[in-house]
Design a protein around this ligand. Structure first.
Ligand code: ADP
Ligand code: MG
Ligand code: MG
Length: 507
């Protein structure tokens, strides 16, 4: 598709076209759970005292243009990424060498590692681990070489609470629906075609991943009913995204699941003498379910740990015989520092985990340059780049955190480092900014339409179930997510209020 498609897409809408499109989006989204709970600032607590309101999730009106080759490559290498990260999670010694550099300067990483050591001391009693991963990418265009082909570059790899798999299936279905009912102007007919739109199977596929772990757990020795336990935050605005997985788990796989607020773990669960995890639903206290799989949609941020009791709750879950999604070591494998070490030029690390050269080179091709901020040669060079406002403007500084809102961008880096004691610099990594092609779209957020330049971020989901011995029982690509943000915002988190869910219009 010619560059002109990027300039003229999406087309201007007449008032009538816009009205039809918007009314369809508003109704379809609520009818299909493409929704979030309203932001507390958006709704007066007094106008929703029982918490019944829901609103359309931030969505794009049009599917954003995305290079077909890049999309297909992202999906094609997901199984290699699953293999890579499951291998890292099994290599305690290698992970230790990375985590050790962070222990004195990152309390959260230190606590996760300490919790792992505490479980190890008593002995792990479950050798299966489940990963519901999401590898995030942007399309990179070289500003100095505009004729070069766009390439897919990885933003990060998520190993815990990879979200939006539920809403992603819905937004890709919504864009297909809008095409089917002729809600898009006829001038887009050569671009928004049925074979250009891809339905994301993420909700079904992630639920299938949980179901596969559930089944692999086996039956209850005590003849108890079995369940999957979602460990969640409260309040959770993005609850419908998670509900889609729960519904698919039950309807497509016949697996029962329950939700427990992370801070209430110790109230509702207990460990049997053989460390079987038991859950008692508050509405039927006479029945205890045996938990096959603990699925964390909380616990990835220090903010989730309100008191030392919450660390006890994490330890309690980790000690249990339930399969963890993810295990502590898998959670730690998602540290940005791991991504930086893998991206070290000419290092042996990638080969250690991906012995097949061809597979490793395809994965390697998606790495953007990332540097440590330590006392190594590369680290000292990165420190120089980060302290200078001119060079810093090409970089993003990242701590070992998840969930958005933690990074420091471009010219904000030098003043940030100036205030941070130098001993703490190695807790961060310095990454080159990926520069995606300029795109336009219209985002509907809180009932308001925002039009203009946008940046897209592709997420590819993966399911991986493995044994500590190295046996991989399941390895699947599990659908995709496109998140789109205004090009004035550096962050893209939908939950954090910066981005919208979107689907791909392949070109
Ligand atoms: P988190 O784990 O908090 O989501 P990310 O590494 O995904 O951290 O960074 C958050 C956001 O910052 C991304 O969604 C993306 O919009 C932006 N971002 C991060 N790294 C880069 C990069 N190298 N180039 C461009 N944007 C980036
Ligand atoms: Mg992340
Ligand atoms: Mg991210």
């Amino acid at each position: 598709m010619a560059a002109s498609a990027y300039e003229s897409y999406p087309p201007e809408l007449s008032p009538e076209e816009e009205k039809y499109l918007l009314s369809t989006v508003k109704d379809w989204s609520i009818a299909h759970g493409l929704a979030v709970r309203p932001a507390p600032t958006f709704v007066e607590p007094s106008s929703d005292p029982t918490g019944v309101l829901a609103t359309t999730a931030p969505v794009t009106l049009f599917p954003s243009l995305f290079p077909r080759k890049c999309f297909e490559e992202g999906l094609a290498i997901q199984k290699a990424y699953n293999e890579l990260y499951s291998a890292i999670a099994r290599d305690e010694g290698w992970l230790k060498s990375i985590v050790e550099e962070l222990l004195d300067i990152d309390d959260f990483v230190a606590k996760l590692w300490e919790t792992h050591l505490a479980v190890k001391k008593e002995g792990y009693v479950q050798d299966l681990s489940l990963g519901l991963f999401r590898s995030d990418y942007m399309v990179h265009t070289d500003p100095s070489n505009t004729s070069a082909k766009p390439g897919l570059k990885q933003v990060e790899f998520n190993t815990i609470a990879s979200s939006f798999g539920g809403l992603s299936s819905q937004i890709s279905a919504l864009h297909k629906h809008l095409l089917a009912i002729d809600a898009y102007p006829s001038s887009t007919a050569s671009i928004i075609k049925p074979d250009a739109l891809r339905k994301s199977q993420s909700a079904s596929s992630l639920a299938k991943g949980l179901a596969l772990a559930h089944k692999a757990y086996g039956s209850s020795q005590a003849g108890r009913p079995l369940c999957v336990l979602f460990i969640v935050q409260d309040p959770e605005r993005n609850v419908f995204d998670q509900r889609h997985l729960e519904y698919a788990l039950l309807e497509e796989n016949g697996v029962r699941s329950f939700r427990v607020v992370f801070q209430e773990t110790m109230i509702h669960t207990k460990l049997d003498t053989d460390r079987t995890l038991l859950y008692t639903p508050p509405n039927s206290p006479s029945v205890s379910y045996e938990v096959t799989t603990v699925y964390y949609r909380a616990g990835y941020s220090p903010d989730d740990y309100h008191s030392p009791q919450d660390w006890n709750a994490r330890l309690h879950l980790e000690k249990s015989r339930a399969i963890k999604c993810p295990s502590l070591l898998t959670h730690l494998a998602g540290c940005k520092k791991v991504q930086q070490v893998l991206a070290t030029p000419n290092s042996p690390h990638l080969k250690r985990f991906l012995p097949d050269d061809e597979v490793a080179s395809r994965v390697l091709a998606t790495f953007a340059p990332i540097y440590p901020l330590d006392q190594s040669e590369a680290g000292k060079e990165a420190q120089r780049l980060a302290q200078n406002p001119d060079s810093a403007s090409r970089y993003v500084l990242k701590p070992q955190r998840e969930g958005g809102g933690n990074n420091i961008y471009r010219t904000s880096i030098p003043p940030f480092l100036e205030k941070l004691p130098e001993t703490h610099w190695p807790a961060y990594i310095l990454m080159e900014m990926i520069e995606p092609p300029p795109l336009k779209n219209a985002i509907l957020r809180n009932g308001e339409l925002q039009r203009g330049g946008v940046i897209g971020e592709l997420g590819v989901y993966g399911v991986c179930l493995w044994r500590e011995s190295g046996e991989i029982l399941e390895n699947l690509e599990a659908g995709y997510l496109l998140r789109t943000k205004g090009d004035q915002s550096e962050e893209g988190g939908v939950a954090a209020g910066f981005g919208a869910v979107d689907s791909c219009c392949l070109i």
